[in-house]
Design a binder for this molecule. Structure first.
Ligand SMILES: *Cc1c(COP(=O)(O)O)cnc(C)c1O
Length: 378
């Protein structure tokens, strides 16, 4: 069976995890955590980078930092993972979903302004498949209405928009190092990027259980105590050690994935020309990280048969997401603004093909052949 995903692994993780295990500090912000954080601060040129136990936690921190209050509204696409919404719902926000663009499946920036009310506090663009949202337009709207922009860049490490790394354009950005993402910190992990310096000091406090312990460690205060809201948003240093094994090879992993992506893309050109499927669109002015390779099939029925066909060829293909506004929780915690022209229809026809670091070229060919064979009989 060709699995849909294998966690990224370079072989260097072993020694770093052992090193972390035998160090004096295996809790949060140890040697490897600091190494990873300063790597991100340099590479992404951001104000501050803080590792978190997951992207979910990074988004929760963002909701705390922008001081979401019950009744505040947060605008986001419905075509996303539950955590994008949950992080804000936990603070009492009402979610306002807007439709996606049919090309990138990202939030349609042209529909955002009409979803704004006096209660709107933030916009949360999700960079689907590591392909950037139209950030210039989104930032202009945010400025006009004095809104915060939190980038859900869970899938976007190493992607850029007009030369800027994703996650560094809004006020705050959140990344995931879950095992299904391009880089992992041993299964679970995340990162909060702070671009607006007004959040830096408070982010450290919220992450350290509401205490000023980080300042204490830097010798800025002579004792630490409870000063604000907070929780435990630090991963242990073993997770950072695992991640470091991949950050050292970040370009190699990215190139490997891009190569698979291009092979798929080339091999499905004809199917698209003949109108059987649509391939992913990558707009100009941005680079992507080959987080995902997906096809837009005709509808749910065809997708179900394609997945079954692939399974018979020992290939695991998957789909996602159930649009949040149509889920039980989504309909009670949020509302869809405007018309659902693309969210439901495109999500029900979307299929994702295996793409991971280490997937062999022969397997990529086998998968492509199997998909093409399926459409030969359509
Ligand atoms: C994976 C993902 C998350 C959640 O990441 P975790 O690290 O598992 O919490 C959030 N948003 C999007 C868009 C994702 O793809």
């Amino acid at each position: 069976m060709i699995p849909f995903n294998k966690p990224p692994y370079t072989g260097n993780e072993d020694q770093y995890v052992l090193q972390a295990m035998h160090s004096d500090k295996i809790s949060g912000d140890g040697v490897f955590s600091k190494r990873c954080q300063s790597w991100f601060e340099t590479e992404l040129k951001c104000e501050k980078a803080l590792l978190t136990p997951s992207c979910t936690h990074a988004l929760e921190m963002a909701a705390l930092l922008i001081d979401i209050q019950p009744g505040d509204e947060v605008i986001m696409p419905s075509y996303t993972f539950v955590s994008t919404a949950n992080a804000f719902v936990l603070r009492g926000a009402k979610i306002v979903f807007v439709d996606i663009r049919p090309d990138t499946l990202n939030i349609d920036e042209k529909l955002i302004e009409s979803a704004i009310t006096p209660k709107t506090k933030a916009i949360v663009p999700v960079h689907y498949a590591g392909v950037a949202c139209e950030m210039d337009v989104i930032m202009t709207i945010a400025e006009k209405y004095q809104l915060f922009v939190i980038e859900d860049a869970a899938q976007g490490m190493m992607s850029t928009y007009k030369g800027k790394p994703l996650g560094t354009i809004g006020h705050l950005g959140a990344f995931s190092f879950h095992e299904t993402k391009n880089y992992s910190s041993g299964g679970e992990g995340g990162l909060l990027i702070i671009n607006d310096p007004q959040f830096s000091a408070r982010a450290e406090i919220i992450r350290e259980k509401g205490t000023n312990r980080s300042q204490f460690f830097r010798g800025m205060v002579d004792k630490y105590s409870w000063v604000d809201l907070g929780s435990s948003y630090l991963p242990c240093d073993l997770q950072a050690a695992y991640l470091w094994g991949q950050l050292e090879r970040v370009t190699e992993i990215n190139d490997f994935r891009l190569d698979i992506w291009s092979r798929y893309h080339e091999s499905f050109k004809d199917l698209e020309k003949k109108g059987y499927v649509e391939r992913p669109t990558v707009p100009q002015n941005l680079t992507h990280n080959a987080h995902m390779y997906y096809l837009k099939t005709k509808d749910l029925e065809q997708r179900t048969r394609l997945i079954e066909h692939l399974k018979n060829d020992d290939i695991l293909a998957v789909f996602h997401y159930v649009p949040l506004h149509s889920a039980t929780a989504g309909s009670s915690f949020g509302r869809f603004n405007g018309v659902d022209q693309y969210t439901t229809s495109l999500s029900s026809g979307l299929v994702r093909l295996p793409i991971w670091y280490g997937l062999e070229k022969g397997d990529v060919e086998k998968i492509s052949d199997s998909v093409r064979l399926f459409y030969l009989n359509e």
